[in-house]
Write a protein that binds this ligand. Structure first.
Ligand SMILES: Cc1ncc(COP(=O)(O)O)c(C=O)c1O
Length: 438
């Protein structure tokens, strides 16, 4: 029997962390009001609560207009369509992101072009964008993740110089700020998710924000079955779909937005304390804080585990041990999309991958993004935000568990354990064996 819980020792933590999502009588009253009104859906568009919430959400981030939509993947599709992305256009995306950032590009028959991430932030490396531009490039789609922002100064500079559009994926960045501007407001459009794990949630849901009236009008028509927008100044007539959100979701989101700033403070204070305890631990690394990121959106806390420092003991063993100490965690949170089991792309299914090219683009073999691959398969450790929503003692427990494993790492050498197997499993397979977190 060892000291670590995974080898038979006593776990650092038995008590559950803060539940997520959180609700109060505010949500209950909001839902009941919608039920009583018998006005539950998104039609007639824009429905009352959804419209009021979307405008408030947009203003909160410093944009003029907002739309509440069915989910975050659809938010990206709507933003791309609103920006006028056409079949065959190329869109620059970070290789290291959720597959839902990339799928909508293919869905519109455009072409994703993968660019590696910056090892200091795990976000799109702006220094590598220019090399990836071609005459077909129409947009850059940075993703703000790991409590960081992509370098929006450099991305907007490149976009202005080349007449490109910038669409920000802010699924992890509710309330975050770059140079005092809200997430999604530095670029042309911003997209958010309200899926269960996110900083604000209605179970599912999403939002698109913009300060450009033409994009706002086209987005409205696209998500509302092609109907004219409220203002209809640009008279766009396009084929659209039903991507509306329900009034029930919007009622939940109103309450969640009001609660966000207070929760953000708690989470960030606990995360800072956790990081202070861990800094200086040999074998652990931390992402850099950019002072231009003037307000942090504390979604998943991410740090780096160095297998080389720990004599080749793989990250999956570290994570399995951490889970057994009572700390929810993940490593394969994202993969480079081009290598991911959730991205079995076949050029025959997406005509734009062949147009005007001697050979169809084989997205799975075309790319090698070393920083993304190292982050995904070797070093990144992702901790969910809700475990930092409690008191200081929770942050202490998380730090104690990490340090305990670092001190007793040799117990993991060659160890086989179901908790380790799950942490090494592809995300396509894992839901069959893993307990639901949200
Ligand atoms: C970075 C990123 N982009 C897009 C999405 C898609 O959002 P949704 O799950 O609401 O469709 C997510 C959420 O899972 C995400 O994390």
């Amino acid at each position: 029997m060892g000291k670590l819980a995974i080898t038979g020792g006593k776990p650092v933590r038995r008590k559950p962390f803060s539940p997520w999502p959180i609700f109060t009588p505010r949500e209950r009253q909001g839902l009941f009001k919608v039920l009583k009104s018998r006005n539950w859906g998104g039609y007639p568009f824009p429905n009352k609560i959804a419209h009021a919430f979307a405008q408030k959400f947009a203003k909160f981030h410093g944009a003029r207009y907002g739309l509440a939509v069915a989910n975050g993947t659809i938010a990206i599709e709507i933003a791309l369509a609103a920006a006028g992305i056409k079949p065959g256009d190329e869109v620059i995306v970070p290789a290291y992101t959720w597959e839902g950032t990339v799928g909508p590009i293919l869905l519109l028959n455009a072409v994703p072009v993968f660019v590696d991430i910056d090892p200091a932030t795990y976000c799109l490396d702006a220094k590598l964008i220019e090399k990836a531009l071609t005459p077909k490039t129409r947009a850059i789609l940075p993703v703000h993740l790991a409590m960081r922002f992509a370098d929006m100064d450099e991305i907007c500079r490149i976009a202005r110089a080349r007449n490109l559009l910038v669409i920000e994926d802010c699924a992890h960045a509710h309330g975050g700020k770059w140079r005092a501007k809200g997430a999604g407001a530095s670029g042309d459009l911003g997209c958010f998710s309200f899926q269960s794990s996110k900083l604000m949630t209605a179970g599912e849901g999403g939002a698109v924000i913009t300060s450009n009236l033409e994009f706002y009008e086209r987005a409205q028509s696209y998500m509302n079955c092609g109907r004219a927008s409220l203002t209809d100044e640009y008279k766009h007539r396009i084929i659209g779909f039903n991507y509306r959100v329900t009034e029930l979701q919007a009622a939940l989101l109103e309450a969640q937005l009001d609660r966000l700033p207070k929760q953000a403070k708690v989470r960030q204070a606990n995360m800072e304390h956790f990081e202070k305890r861990l800094r200086g631990t040999p074998g652990l690394g931390f992402l850099e804080r950019d002072p231009r990121n003037t307000r942090v959106a504390a979604y998943q806390y991410v740090f780096k585990y160095s297998p080389e420092h720990f004599g080749g003991i793989p990250r999956a063993a570290f994570l399995g041990a951490l889970q057994m100490e009572g700390i929810p965690c993940d490593g394969l949170f994202y993969e480079p999309v081009y290598k991911s089991a959730l991205f079995p792309v076949n050029a025959n299914d997406w005509p734009a991958l062949s147009w005007g090219r001697p050979q169809p683009l084989d997205l799975k073999s075309l790319y090698h993004c070393p920083v993304s691959e190292r982050a995904a398969y070797e070093e990144s450790v992702w901790l969910p935000h809700h475990i930092f929503l409690g008191g200081r003692k929770d942050a202490e427990d998380i730090a104690d568990a990490v340090l305990k494993i670092c001190e007793n790492i040799e117990e993991l050498r060659g160890l086989k354990h179901p908790a380790i197997e799950v942490k090494a499993m592809s995300r396509a397979e894992r839901p069959r064996v893993e307990k639901r977190q949200w």
